[in-house]
Design a protein around this ligand. Structure first.
Ligand code: VG1
Ligand code: CO
Length: 543
């Protein structure tokens, strides 16, 4: 096997963001760029000689071509065995499952998750480590270092691998195995959930509409929901993974999953609506005319997890990202177990899960998961909901309302200002940070500020410190506003403003969230001058 060594130079040091590296497709697939970044990963993880890896992706434009390049580069590095999802497809949670099951050194996932795809959309690559989870800070900084010092990349002269045919082929010293992307994952789901009870629920006429948004989860949802669980054909919509997601933007929120929201608000809405994102790690669940806020969903799943066979003993501990609402904290308190508050991004849950400190965790951005893999898992969350619905025999509305009545309601919303000029967004953050210490005791809008800080997290397992993870402002009476800049956008900066308020009184649980949060929204504007800084009169996306 010949190896071509191509001299190269650092391309302005590529720093992986919240979840790998994402860029405009044209920039990522420009000759030399992908190769440069892949080599940096290979060098950053200490080489690939003799190792096995999983390769998958969300099916977006460029995936198959990029995989052939990756295969050539891993062969050049001396890798021993590659496991690839058929047609290059593996949802992020399924990739995590296969890495763990097959004990590989890690995995490469080609995805820009919830970002739009296609030639004019976004492309991305993330590296996961042997526990199946996103590379932690120590690994991503080693990769970043490598992007700054790279001088050459290696490409093996080998035949392309036919990704459409199941089975194992040899390429040089390396073997390449193309697997069914669904089988291992479906088997794991069968171990965790009461498929018999869920099957009976569907048989009794329960109707679900699952929008796979023409992205990675289509084949999984069809095989599990319509195949194994007997849900009627047509339960899964937009179930075919397409390179441009059929023009959809696979982010399950009220703006991009508009059709599903409309279906669920209509008079003959099904009993449950659900959607997942590009790479299948996010989930959204809706009842009839009642979208479930992701923060509430995590809390409800945690409070009811014991109804599923895989969690029969109940969770040992829980975790949420800092900006996620504190509804989960009330469940942890009720169960008498620990609650961990981590920075945004799934990688921070990895150590807690590995150490057996937590069973379930989640993020406000429609991500929930457990110790079954090391990624958030969209279809898993939908199956856990179905398991709970089957066992409780109540509607989603009854379960949500019952949860609020028992634990109180954490009104919650996130306001996103997208593609803001980077300097303007950074100026807002810098200015607010500069005033943070002097804020307590002052008023913002109609509220008094009680405390404020720049969130930092000390990992309880390895002691590592993550700083500057969001500016947090607590108001008198328990309200909260959090400000942070996104690490996954590809255009300018995205400012995220997270707003929350607790309401104990069940008589006041029926309000619209934006209405209920008005004083917090106004206080956030007063304290950070969002309109002046961003030049925007309102957010682009409200979730
Ligand atoms: C966003 C979400 C974060 C999530 C991340 C990756 O990050 O806020 O909660 O972990 O996306 O999700 P940011 O930095 O843009 O706020 V996914 O579905 O892209 O793997
Ligand atoms: Co995702």
């Amino acid at each position: 096997m010949d190896i071509e060594t191509v001299p190269t130079e650092p391309i302005a040091g590529q720093k992986p963001g919240t979840s790998g590296l994402r860029k405009k497709t044209a920039a990522f697939l420009k000759p030399g760029f992908l190769e440069n970044y892949v080599q940096a990963i290979i060098d950053g993880i200490g080489g690939v000689a003799g190792e096995s890896f999983v390769i998958g992706g969300d099916g977006r434009y460029g995936n198959k071509q990029a995989m052939q390049t990756l295969i050539r580069m891993l062969a050049a590095g001396g890798a021993k065995h590659l496991i690839i999802g058929q047609n290059g497809l593996l949802s992020t949670p399924a990739a995590s499952c296969v890495i763990r099951k097959r004990g590989t050194k890690g995995g490469f996932i080609f995805s820009a998750s919830h970002n739009p795809g296609g030639e004019r959309g976004d492309f991305g690559l993330k590296y996961n480590i042997s526990n199946g989870g996103p590379a932690p800070e120590s690994v991503t900084s080693a990769i970043y270092e490598a992007t700054q010092t790279i001088s050459a990349y290696g490409l093996a002269e080998i035949e392309p691998v036919d990704l459409s045919t199941l089975g194992t082929v040899e390429r040089g010293e390396m073997t390449v195995e193309v697997i069914d992307p669904v089988a291992d994952y479906a088997e794991l789901m069968g171990e965790l959930f009461d498929f018999e009870a869920i099957g009976k629920l569907f048989a009794s006429g329960f109707r679900l509409s699952y929008d796979a948004m023409n992205a990675a989860t289509g084949p999984y949802a069809k095989a599990i929901l319509e195949g194994m669980l007997g849900a009627p054909e047509g339960t899964v919509v937009n179930g075919e993974p397409l390179p441009d997601f059929g023009g959809l933007h696979p982010d399950p929120n009220p703006v991009h999953a508009h059709d599903l929201f409309e279906t669920m608000a209509s008079p003959n809405a099904p009993d449950m609506g659900a959607a997942s994102d590009g790479d299948g790690d996010r989930n959204l669940v809706l009842g009839k005319s009642l979208p479930v806020s992701p923060s509430d969903s995590i809390a409800i799943l945690a409070a009811n997890a014991h109804l599923a066979p895989g969690y029969a003993k109940g969770p040992v501990g829980l975790a949420r990202s800092m900006p996620t609402s504190r509804a989960l904290d009330r469940v942890a308190e009720h169960l008498g177990i620990a609650l961990y508050e981590t920075p945004t991004g799934w990688k921070f849950f990895g150590n807690l899960l590995d150490a057996g400190k937590i069973t379930l965790c989640g993020e406000e951005s429609a991500g929930a998961g457990s110790d079954h893999v090391r990624e958030k898992d969209g279809l898993w969350a939908v199956l856990l909901w179905l398991n709970i619905l089957a066992r409780r025999g109540e509607s989603i509305r009854e379960i949500v309302k019952g949860h609020w009545a028992r634990f109180g309601r954490n009104y919650y919303t996130r306001h996103d200002y997208e593609a803001v000029e980077t300097e303007r967004a950074e100026a807002l953050m810098a200015e607010l940070k500069g005033r943070l210490e002097s804020l307590p005791g002052t008023t913002a809008g109609s509220l008094t500020i009680e405390a404020s800080d720049d969130f930092a997290y000390r990992d309880p397992v390895d002691g590592s410190l993550a700083e500057h993870q969001g500016l947090r402002i607590l108001f008198e009476g328990g309200g909260r506003a959090v400000f942070r800049l996104s690490g996954t956008g590809t255009e300018g900066a995205t400012l995220r403003v997270y707003l929350e308020r607790f309401e104990a009184d069940p008589a006041k649980h029926g309000m619209d969230a934006q209405e209920a949060l008005k004083p917090i929204i106004e206080a956030a504007e007063a304290v950070a001058k969002i309109r002046e800084h961003t030049g925007r009169s309102e957010p682009d996306v409200i979730t």
